[in-house]
Design a protein around this ligand. Sequence first.
Ligand SMILES: *[C@@H]1O[C@H](CO)[C@@H](O)[C@H](O)[C@H]1NC(C)=O
Ligand SMILES: *[C@@H]1O[C@H](CO)[C@@H](O)[C@H](O)[C@H]1NC(C)=O
Length: 415
Amino acid sequence: MATLTLLRFFLLLLLLTVQVESTNLNYTTDRKFSSLRLQRIQRHLDNINKIPLLTIQSPDGDLIDCVHKRKQPALDHPLLKNHKIQRVPSEMPKGMKVKEKSEMGMGMQKWHQNGTLCPKGTVPIRRSTVHDVLRAKSLFDFGKKRRRFSLARSDAPDVVSGNGHEHAIAYTGSAEEVYGAKATINVWEPSIQEVNEFSLSQIWILSGSFDGSDLNSIEAGWQVSPELYGDTRPRLFTYWTSDSYQATGCYNLLCAGFVQTNSRIAIGAAISPISSYDSNQYDITILVWKDPKIGNWWMSFGDGTLVGYWPVELFTHLATHATMVEWGGEVVNTRANGQHTSTQMGSGHFAGDGFGKASYFRNLEIVDTDNSLSSVHNILTLAENTNCYDIKSSYSNEWGTYFYYGGPGNSPQCP
Ligand SMILES: *[C@@H]1O[C@H](CO)[C@@H](O)[C@H](O)[C@H]1NC(C)=O
Ligand SMILES: *[C@@H]1O[C@H](CO)[C@@H](O)[C@H](O)[C@H]1NC(C)=O
């Protein structure tokens, strides 16, 4: 009987072409997938893609599902069975105003160009497709970030040497209690050489040990990830884990966790417009901070527009506070063909090139015990190989603490 069933699956082998639209990349692969695997993928997608009240077709090909906010994936989390969705945090950091509605986010996402918005009481969620999952190494890996390995130094930030992840980051030095972080991040479209590489620019809010299995991390920023999205557009993303990127957590709303409250900002959607070399510059502002009364970690976008929150129940160490913040770029270099790949970080230009050419993070701030935002001082910077990607920090009255970062990847200096 089992043999017969198995035989039937082999007979039903399907040929699927995973085609990804791109100007500079050809991700077309012809692979065979068993119908058993496709059934498993479909079951997973039926779980995470909720039945929408309305679906909006974005000009970039994304489908944005407007899902009733009580039906969103977060509430499938076993610890959130009886969760009451918070409409607003108990407090914004001192000096910030709560904006439940704002026009700020309007021009900032590609799908807004459709002209239709999600109805009241719903949240926009980028629909995942079979092809999205098929690009991942496995169903388990879909939406997850692979484990980062730390340097042996216990005072060093969580960086990788050996599995291809490279960074150019600034980080808070002393192990102080941190309750949030903010930055304004320049948006570019770095090119990616290989489908399974990515380039991101983000804030990390961390607690726990870098070399143990209990690192808690909340991450947000923009990323270009052909594997995750099937294209090379920079997209707004979030990430969380409470066990060092092992079993818990995921990108965006690809697992139960992040509770979205905003009906205009879709996490995982393409950002528009983006900066161009020596011409118009665009940036996004992200603030993540801990609600001082309830304990949830909230995220706001732009000028204080609330996006949603990570419920305190998701975390162990971050249930109390963070101990480190990192800001900056991360890429994966797979060393395809035995060379450093030409995957770019930031704008693809080195920090020294400055405004309009190199990518920047400006107005780096942290939230302290008192729920006050203030400019971060005494940051440290780190780049594993400055011949490939580098970082240069500085201070000005207008930009507070800021830095330029990035690079082209492969070059004669970065072989
Ligand atoms: C992409 O690669 C596939 C398979 O190698 C090939 O058939 C196809 O013509 C290529 N497409 C482009 C646009 O180069
Ligand atoms: C907007 O989305 C709707 C629903 O998916 C679709 O029918 C329509 O063609 C889209 N409009 C534009 C301008 O993309």
